[in-house]
Design a protein around this ligand. Structure first.
Ligand SMILES: [Zn+2]
Length: 288
């Protein structure tokens, strides 16, 4: 089953798993502790893969049942299995928990009214995204990951069906692969170019982090593998830029995926709250 997962969607497991260094691991240990590094990396990757989900939905004309934002979260979640080939990465489950916990931190973070996700929004509420992702994480391997129920506070009424939710997502991604992945011998389509704008001086605190993201080559690897795995109908762009807010989006008119530098810096700031969030959870994590 895990091998099947690894072969799905972007088909990029090999290149990404063998990338020389993930985004932020070269930062000196004194600057970032291991939990922070993992949290930032996992959520930066999830952000990128969520937006790649939007890209594939629009460029390939994928059928979407339910809300596109929920579908993009599911595609992003499954993309993580490609990045880490689950069974080979001892901290993979912790990365899945990082993805869910990001939304718990957003949910609990005091924020100005314009940043609040409202009931009418196209996105699920932060709390709902937290529980959705916690459920998929647990449901991906209920026997091994039962501790996630306690670590996230996932109510048993929801947890009971999480394996079915995960299997449903897996089934959808398998269908996507069968119908849309480029076949052997089929000519490649257009490619995704990666562009880095100069980071704003206002982001000087995160300059080292942003430089590491760029030098890792991981964005280029994800873009290249998406272009190899699917026949994209037109040239597309992945742009790292200054947005003035910690955002990311895919513009289907211009064919441009934007990942804001501020998003990466924001992840690092949120990670500072992880110890508080995880304080009562460590016994459960250490004793799965
Ligand atoms: Zn989205």
């Amino acid at each position: 089953m895990r091998r099947l997962i690894a072969a799905l969607l972007l088909g990029c497991a090999t290149a990404l798993a063998s990338a020389e260094q993930p985004w932020v691991e070269e930062i000196p240990a004194a600057a970032l502790d291991a939990d922070t590094v993992r949290f930032v990396q996992a959520n930066a990757e999830f952000t990128l893969l969520h937006e790649m989900g939007h890209l594939l939905i629009h460029e390939l004309g994928l059928p979407v049942l339910g809300r596109e934002e929920d579908a993009a979260d599911q595609l992003g979640f499954m993309g993580l299995f490609l990045l880490y080939r689950r069974q080979h990465e001892p901290d993979f489950a912790a990365r899945l928990l990082d993805i869910a916990d990001y939304w718990r931190l957003e949910w609990q973070r005091a924020k100005p009214p314009h940043e609040e996700v409202r009931e009418w929004d196209s996105h699920a509420l932060d709390a709902q995204r937290f529980y959705n992702l916690a459920c998929l994480a647990y449901g991906s391997d209920p026997r091994q990951l039962e501790w996630i129920i306690q670590a996230t506070g996932l109510p048993e009424q929801r947890a009971f069906y999480c394996d079915q939710e995960y299997q449903q997502v897996l089934h959808a991604v398998s269908w996507l692969k069968r119908h849309y992945q480029r076949q052997p011998g089929q000519p490649a389509g257009a490619q995704i170019s990666v562009v880095y704008d100069e980071p704003s001086p206002a982001l000087a605190d995160g300059a080292e982090l942003l430089a590491k993201v760029r030098s890792s080559g991981e964005l280029e690897a994800v873009a290249a593998k998406a272009g190899e795995a699917f026949v994209l109908p037109r040239p597309l762009l992945l742009r790292l830029t200054n947005c003035g807010e910690p955002d990311a989006w895919y513009n289907q008119q211009s064919g441009e995926l934007t990942l804001c530098y501020e998003r990466l810096v924001h992840l690092r700031q949120l990670a500072a709250q992880l110890p508080r969030l995880r304080q009562p959870l460590h016994p459960a994590k250490d004793d799965p």
